[in-house]
Design a protein around this ligand. Structure first.
Ligand SMILES: [Mg+2]
Ligand SMILES: [Zn+2]
Length: 199
């Protein structure tokens, strides 16, 4: 089983290593936040379909100076449902959509492991978030946005502010009453970005 994957897609002018301490970081879950989720896994590039407004949200946050990273559980790799090559192609499709709107994605980190692999990256563990943070100043303002309890738990494990979107599993999570009252909830990623950028 491969180690945690990290597909680095940086451009020189937007390097996360830049030491601008005011630079802010927004880490996103992928399935159910950026693209339509499926209980049957997203297995092909064609099955990777953006949620309404999510690409626009990423592009606008990026253009406003936020660094965008993605931390996504992809156990479908460990299960043999799709290959790393396919996952990379899905991410290339996503990145091209963002770039077409003038934005960028600094890092995409994925966990390819199975729940029983006892890795340290599969959410609700915070390994991927920590891996992303390594590329930024230690005191950077960062937050994590997901649609599942395990996303919230991963962020809370390292005291990172967490937020929930109602897309994907989000509404179900809210209905189940498992999301803490202190967690901000947004209709979708575009709602989040509009709230943040007009603040
Ligand atoms: Mg999700
Ligand atoms: Zn893992």
């Amino acid at each position: 089983m491969p180690a945690t994957g990290s597909v680095k897609m940086r451009t020189a002018e937007r390097s996360p290593e830049a030491s601008d301490k005011k630079m802010k970081l927004i880490i996103l879950d992928r399935d159910g936040v950026i693209n339509v989720d499926s209980d049957n896994y997203i297995r092909t590039v064609d099955e990777w379909v953006a949620l309404p407004g999510s690409i626009k949200a990423i592009a606008e946050l990026s253009k406003a100076g936020y660094s965008i990273a993605i931390a996504t559980n992809q156990s479908g790799i460990g299960r043999g449902y799709y290959s790393l090559t396919t996952l990379t192609a899905m991410h290339q499709k996503m990145l091209e959509l963002v770039k077409a709107l003038g934005g960028d994605i600094a890092q995409i980190v994925y966990c390819p492991h199975l729940p029983d692999d006892q890795c340290s990256c599969r959410k609700p563990l915070p390994g991927m978030l920590q891996q992303i943070l390594q590329h930024y100043p230690h005191d950077i303002d960062a937050c994590f946005i997901g649609d599942s309890l395990r996303d919230i738990e991963a962020a809370q494990a390292i005291n990172m502010p967490a937020m929930l979107v109602k897309t994907g599993k989000g509404q179900r999570s809210v209905d189940q009453g498992i999301i803490g009252a202190d967690i901000p909830i947004y209709d979708d990623l575009l709602h989040f970005s509009q709230q943040l950028l007009t603040r």
